[in-house]
Design a protein around this ligand. Structure first.
Ligand code: GLV
Ligand code: GLV
Length: 337
């Protein structure tokens, strides 16, 4: 009997071909671009040797129990792994693959887009034009003015690959400095961007604590993993320390930012604006949610890595991780559990 693998989504072409070429496997695949239904996943995972899943699929005790003792590998089509219960995998010796490197540039690009959109009120500007309001708001010296990126101090919560690739993109805008907080303070910045950062003639320094980061940054970028200690890390106290003309950017995971506190900070002018790729309880944000009424909030639907090239690479890398896990070989990228 062929080992069974479960794949929870239709995959981009190159990756699908790579998977389909594996004639030694029984491939059970959710056929659609929409998230796979939980009961389908639980039912079809029985006796699976490997599961390739998305960040929209929760990988917990229940799924692992449904799969049973044959399961060797989970390959996640994502950089984040907060949807996976690592301890449950570890105690069963199940390996976890993920795609942390190939999406770095795509997410850093989107981060820059969100910074500029938030500072320059891009969302509201376009909404007004689409609503036919341009005739009522002719060019005017102070119309839709926002803070400029030149001379900004940029604060990073989390200083991994994506944060550093973002910093690299921001240097030519003339930012004046960067500060960062990281859960691994002893670690040097990563090799792939270190050369550039050494050559950057602006100060790039660890923050003493979150208060310094909040109070000295004109742009705060949330780029850390979601863990119990980062949940609601950006809360009302954090906003209270932020600068009035600053913007908050979140390209990591929604629950790191307390949404109610963000709404209040925007309403009360504690900060200038926000640029979000993720939000708590996404994608279920109601049309009447107060966040959507904030003119200075730009919210896009978790599209950070959504370039054609990157999604192909993520898919291909996920398939490679799945196959390597089945064969007991080295993965492209494996989480140390
Ligand atoms: C996207 O959020 C990812 O984790 O890949
Ligand atoms: C996040 O940006 C990471 O790669 O650590």
């Amino acid at each position: 009997q062929k080992p069974k693998v479960v794949v929870t989504r239709a995959l981009p072409q190159t990756a699908q071909r790579l998977l389909d070429a594996e004639s030694g496997l029984e491939i059970v695949q959710w056929p659609s671009e929409q998230p796979c239904e939980r009961p389908w996943l639980l039912e079809h995972s029985k006796d699976a040797a490997g599961i390739l899943l998305m960040l929209t699929d929760t990988c917990d005790e229940k799924l692992l129990q449904a799969a049973g003792g044959n399961l060797k590998v989970i390959a996640s089509f994502s950089v984040g792994t907060d949807h996976v219960e690592r301890d449950a995998l570890k105690k069963r010796n199940i390996r976890l693959g993920y795609t942390p490197t190939c999406l770095t540039d795509a997410v850093a690009d989107l981060t820059v887009m969100l910074i500029l959109m938030a500072q320059r009120v891009g969302g509201e500007a376009m909404r007004k034009v689409l609503a036919g309001e341009w005739p009522q708001m002719p060019w005017s010296p102070l119309l839709m003015t926002g803070p400029q990126i030149r001379s900004a101090t940029v604060g990073f919560l989390g200083f991994g690959r994506i944060a550093q690739a973002t910093l690299k993109r921001l240097l030519p805008f003339g930012i004046s400095g960067a500060i960062y907080l990281t859960s691994k303070p002893g670690q040097p910045v990563r090799d792939d961007h270190f050369g550039l950062i050494k050559e950057a003639y602006i100060p790039i320094e660890p923050a003493k604590d979150w208060k310094q980061l909040a109070s000295e940054s004109d742009v705060v970028i949330v780029g850390c993993a979601l863990t119990p200690s980062t949940k609601h890390f950006v809360n009302s106290e954090f906003f209270a320390h932020m600068r009035k003309l600053s913007v908050l950017i979140n390209i990591a995971r929604g629950p790191i930012v307390d949404t109610d506190a963000l709404v209040k900070a925007l309403e009360e002018g504690q900060i200038f604006g926000a640029g979000l790729d993720v939000v708590e309880n996404e994608p279920n944000i109601a049309i009447h949610h107060p966040l959507l009424k904030q003119p200075r909030c730009v919210l896009v639907p978790h599209i950070g890595s959504a370039t054609i090239e990157t999604r192909e690479q993520m898919a291909t890398e996920s398939v490679r991780n799945l196959l390597a896990g089945l064969k007991g070989e080295a993965m492209v990228n494996e989480v140390e559990l």
